[in-house]
Structure formats: C-alpha cells, structure tokens
Design a protein around this ligand. Sequence first.
Ligand code: RP5
Length: 180
Amino acid sequence: MSPAHPAPDHHPSTSADARPFPSVGIVMGSDSDWPVMEAAAKALDEFEIAYEVDVVSAHRMPREMIAYGEQAADRGLKVIIAGAGGAAHLPGMLASVTPLPVIGVPVPLKYLDGMDSLLSIVQMPAGVPVATVSVAGARNAGLLAARILAAHDEELLGRMREFQQDLNDQATEKGKRLRS
Ligand code: RP5
C-alpha cells in the first residue's frame, strides 16, 4: 500500500473481532481509487452497515477477481460496490460471475475526466446488470447499497426514511435562508 493512498479501514469478517459479518463488499481496481471510494464506506458507516474493503484488480489479478465474485454470495455478502478508473472492467466482470447486485463507481483519472470509466461501466450487455452511479459517486453507491439492504430490513428502512427527512429539512432550511 503506497503512503500516498493509506490503507482502507477494514471491517473484517473474522469471528475473532466479534464485529458483524460484512453485508457489503467494497472493492476497487487499485488503492489509488480509495480517496474516491472512501465515501461509500462513510455512507455505510452512517447506517452502521458492516462492510469489507479490498483491492481486486480485473486486469492485474484476474483470477483473484473471479474468485472474489464467485465466492461473494456464499461468504454472506449481499451487495458489491466496485470502483475502477480508466478501462473500468471490474464491476462488469464481477457482475458476470456473482448473482448479487453490483454497484459500479466510475473513478476519474488524470485524463478524460472519468468519461472512460463511466462508459466502461455503464454500457453492460443485456442480462448482466451493473447499477452505475455518477463519476466519483461513491457516496450514492453506499446509500444505494443501504437501500437494497433496507428492502428486507424494517429497522434499516426506518433509518433510511429518517435520512431522507433530514435531507428534506436541510433543503427547506436553505430555501428559508435564501428567502430571508
Ligand atoms: C484501474 O487503473 C484502477 O481502478 C485505477 O483507477 C487505475 C490506476 O491504477 P494505479 O496505476 O493507480 O494502480 O484499474
């Protein structure tokens, strides 16, 4: 892990640390994606959803990438968030080998403003869906994962409703301030 890109916080699945088993896998093509992808982890933290974080490069470690996708559901993950930049094949390749929902995060690199990554992720063939968020939209990826989990979790659904109400209240307050 290069000093420029500090190691992501992990919420490991080991029983030894007594933390809940992760429901969400956050993976990325390189640790250089972490400054963008961290927002997904922070959103999950806000909803107290356990997750794991790893680098799983589609091009540099293809066998491990396929193994990650093939084993994800059996390991208990419910949603995968996958971010990559440039020729961003990670989300689509994971979606091709897992039955889980995959959320793709286009990571912008030095050139092309993330358009290369966006188009690589969003243009999936019929039958292999990836829910693509905006360029660098990792926060929404985390929130979308929370919504997917909330569909089968009344308590989490309630917290999502409160979150939406907070957004509403904040927007209303901003309008009030502008008008006054
Ligand atoms: C992609 O190549 C990664 O997702 C990353 O966005 C990009 C550059 O990787 P590094 O050269 O910084 O490791 O596969």
